[in-house]
Design a protein around this ligand. Structure first.
Ligand code: HEM
Ligand SMILES: [Cu+2]
Length: 538
C-alpha cells in the first residue's frame, strides 16, 4: 500500500470489511483480533464452570449438584482455563499483535502458519467442546492415571484428542516468534535493545517448542492406554503407575511459565511507561526470563513429593524449586527499583501492573512454602494449593493480560476507553480476587481438601467469603467487555502515543497500517530510551 493510501487513513482494520478478508487474513494484527474473540469466548465458558463450582461450595452439604456433576464442573473449568485461555492468551493476542511491531517487522516470519494456528486452536476447541456437550470429563485437568485410563467413565479420549491438536497451535506460534525475533529485527535493534516484552516471549517460545511435544506424546499414550490397554501406566499389565505424573508435570510445570513469562513482559512495558523510566537492571530482567525458562524444566518433581519418590529425589526437587524463585524475585525487585526512581502516573494499565506485583509476590512466596518438603506434605491437595496457583495464574497471568489489553487497546483500535469505568473494574478485579482466593489459603491450612463437593460445617464462613469474592471478581471481569466495546464506537481518538511511551509500536499510527510502518524504522538507542529513534525512509 502506498503512503498516499495511508494518508487517507487506511489501516489494518479498514483494509477490507468482508468476512473473507478476516477469515483468510495473513495480517498478524487481524489474527490477534480473531484470537481475542475466540479466547474471550473460552474465558467466559471457563468462568461459568468456575461459578458453578463456587455456588456448590456455598453450603457444606453439596445440595446444588451431584458429586459426579461437580467433578465434571471443576475439571472442565481447569481444562478450558488452562489450555484454551491461559496458555494462548498473551502470546496469541498481545504477542501476535505486538511482536512484529516491536521488532520493526512487517509481519511474523510465517503468516500462513500464523493463520493456521488460529484454525487449529478453534478445531481443538470444537473437539473439546464436543466432549463437554457429550457429558464432560471428570478426571481433573491433570488426567492422572489410573483414574483416567481405567476408572473414569467420562469422555477422556475425545478431550485429550482436542488438547493434542491444540498443542500444534502453541507450537506454530512459538516457532513464528523465535524465527521472527532472530531474523526480522529492524536495523540497529540488537538483542540487548529489545523490549523486555520480546525477551519474555522469546523465553516462552523456547518452553513451548521444547515442552509441548512432551505433553502431546503423554496425552497420546494416555489415549492409547485407555483404548487399547497397552500396559504403559497400568501396573496390572506391567506398566508404571507414576510414569504419567512425571511426563505430565515435565510439561505442565514449565507450562506455568508459558503463562507467566509473557505476563512479566507486559508488566515491564507498563511499569517503565508509567514510571517514565528505563527498567532498572534491564540485563538482569532479560536474563531472568531465560533462567526461568531453563530452571522451569528441572522442578517437576515438586508435584510428586507424596507420590512415593525417594526422599533424596524430593530434596533435590525442593532445592531446585526454590532456585526458580531467585530470577522471579530479581524481576520483582527490579520493577520496584524502576518505580522508586520514576515519577508514577496511575492510569488503568499501571493499576493492573501494581496489582500483578502484589499478587504474584504472594503466589511466589507461597510457592516457596510449598517447595519446602515438610510443609507440602501437610497442605498437599488442600485449598492452600488451589489458592497458590490462582494467585500465580489469575493474579499473575490474567492481571498481565488485562493490563496489556488496556495498555495497547488505543494502539489496536485507535480509541480511548472511559477511564472511570476501567479504573473501577480494575479495583473490583483486585478486591474480588483477594476475597475469593485469600480465604482459600486459610481453608487449606486448616485442612480442607480440594476437589470435594461437600465439607464440614466449620469451613462454611470462609467458603461463603470466597464465593462472594468470586461474584465481585466476575463483575470486574465482565465490565471491560462493555466499556471496551463501547469505546470502539464512541471512544475518543487515541492518537499515536497516548501514554507518551517509548517503543517502536508507539512510533507508528493507531491503528497501525497493514504493513505496520510507513517507513522502515531504524533503532539507534537503548530500550525505553528512544528519543534518538529515527524513522528513515527506504
Ligand atoms: C472467578 C474466578 C475463579 C473461581 C471462582 C475459581 C474457582 C476454582 C475452584 C473452587 C477450584 C477448585 C476445585 C477443586 O479442586 O475442588 C478451581 C480449580 C482450578 N482453577 Fe479456578 N477459579 C477461577 C478462575 C480461574 C482461572 C481464571 C483459571 C485459569 C486461568 C483457573 C484455573 C484453575 C485450575 C487449573 C484449577 C484446578 C482444577 C483441578 O485441580 O482439577 N481458575 N477454581
Ligand atoms: Cu510445578
Amino acid at each position: 500500500m502506498s503512503t498516499h493510501a495511508a494518508e487517507l487513513g487506511s489501516n489494518y482494520l479498514t483494509n477490507g470489511f468482508s468476512l473473507k478478508s478476516w477469515l483468510l487474513t495473513k495480517d498478524h494484527k487481524r489474527i490477534a483480533i480473531l484470537y481475542m474473540i475466540s479466547i474471550t469466548f473460552f474465558f467466559i465458558l471457563g468462568g461459568l464452570f468456575a461459578f458453578a463450582v463456587r455456588l456448590e461450595l456455598l453450603t457444606p452439604a453439596g445440595d446444588l449438584m451431584e458429586a459426579d456433576t461437580y467433578n465434571r464442573m471443576f475439571t472442565m473449568h481447569g481444562v478450558v482455563m488452562i489450555f484454551f485461555f491461559l496458555i494462548p492468551s498473551i502470546p496469541a493476542v498481545l504477542g501476535n499483535f505486538l511482536v512484529p511491531l516491536m521488532v520493526g517487522a512487517k509481519d511474523l516470519a510465517f503468516p500462513k502458519i500464523n493463520l493456521a494456528s488460529w484454525y487449529v486452536y478453534n478445531l481443538a476447541g470444537i473437539i473439546t467442546l464436543g466432549a463437554i456437550f457429550m457429558g464432560g470429563v471428570d478426571t481433573g485437568w491433570t488426567f492422572y492415571t489410573p483414574f483416567s485410563t481405567t476408572y473414569s467413565n467420562s469422555y477422556v479420549v475425545l478431550t485429550v484428542v482436542g488438547l493434542f491438536i491444540n498443542g500444534f497451535s502453541s507450537i506454530f506460534t512459538g516457532l513464528n516468534f523465535i524465527v521472527t525475533i532472530h531474523r526480522m529485527r529492524a536495523p540497529g535493534l540488537t538483542w540487548f535493545r529489545l523490549p523486555l516484552f520480546i525477551w519474555g516471549h522469546y523465553a516462552t517460545s523456547l518452553i513451548i517448542m521444547l515442552g509441548t511435544p512432551v505433553i502431546a506424546i503423554t496425552l497420546a499414550l494416555l489415549a492409547a492406554e485407555r483404548s487399547l490397554h497397552l500396559g504403559i501406566f497400568d501396573p496390572a499389565l506391567g506398566g508404571d503407575p507414576i510414569l504419567f505424573q512425571h511426563l505430565f508435570w515435565f510439561y505442565s510445570h514449565p507450562a506455568v511459565y508459558i503463562m507467566i513469562l509473557p505476563s512479566m513482559g507486559v508488566i515491564s512495558e507498563i511499569i517503565s511507561a508509567f514510571a517514565r523510566q528505563k527498567v532498572f537492571g534491564y540485563h538482569f530482567v532479560a536474563f531472568a526470563s531465560i533462567a526461568i525458562a531453563i530452571l522451569g524444566f528441572l522442578v517437576w518433581g515438586h508435584h510428586l513429593f507424596v507420590s512415593g519418590q525417594s526422599v533424596y529425589a524430593g530434596l533435590v526437587f525442593s532445592v531446585l524449586s526454590m532456585l526458580v524463585g531467585v530470577p522471579s524475585a530479581v524481576k520483582v525487585f527490579n520493577w520496584t527499583a524502576t518505580m522508586f526512581k520514576g515519577s508514577i502516573s496511575r492510569e488503568t494499565p499501571m493499576l493492573y501492573a501494581l496489582g500483578f506485583i502484589g499478587l504474584f509476590t504472594i503466589g511466589g512466596l507461597t510457592g516457596v512454602m510449598l517447595a519446602t518438603l515438610g510443609f507440602d506434605v501437610h497442605v498437599h491437595d488442600t485449598y492452600f494449593v488451589v489458592a497458590h496457583f490462582h494467585y500465580i495464574m489469575v493474579g499473575g497471568a490474567i492481571m498481565g493480560y488485562l493490563g496489556g489489553i488496556h495498555f495497547w487497546w488505543p494502539k489496536m483500535t485507535g480509541r480511548l476507553y472511559p477511564e472511570f469505568w476501567s479504573k473501577l473494574s480494575a479495583g473490583l478485579v483486585f478486591i474480588g480476587f483477594n476475597l475469593t482466593f485469600f480465604p482459600q489459603f486459610v481453608l487449606g491450612y486448616l485442612g480442607m481438601p480440594r476437589r470435594y463437593w461437600s465439607y464440614p460445617d466449620e469451613f462454611q464462613v470462609l467458603n461463603v467469603l470466597s464465593t462472594a469474592g468470586a461474584t465481585v471478581l466476575g463483575v470486574g471481569y465482565v465490565m471491560p467487555l462493555f466499556y471496551l466495546t463501547y469505546s470502539l464506537a464512541f471512544g475518543r481518538a487515541a492518537g499515536d502515543n497516548p501514554w507518551g511511551a517509548y517503543g517502536l509500536e508507539w512510533e507508528t499510527t493507531s491503528p497501525p497500517p497493514t504493513e505496520n510502518f510507513h517507513h522502515q524504522p531504524v533503532v539507534t538507542g537503548e530500550a525505553y530510551d528512544y528519543p534518538s529513534l529515527e524513522a528513515k525512509s527506504v
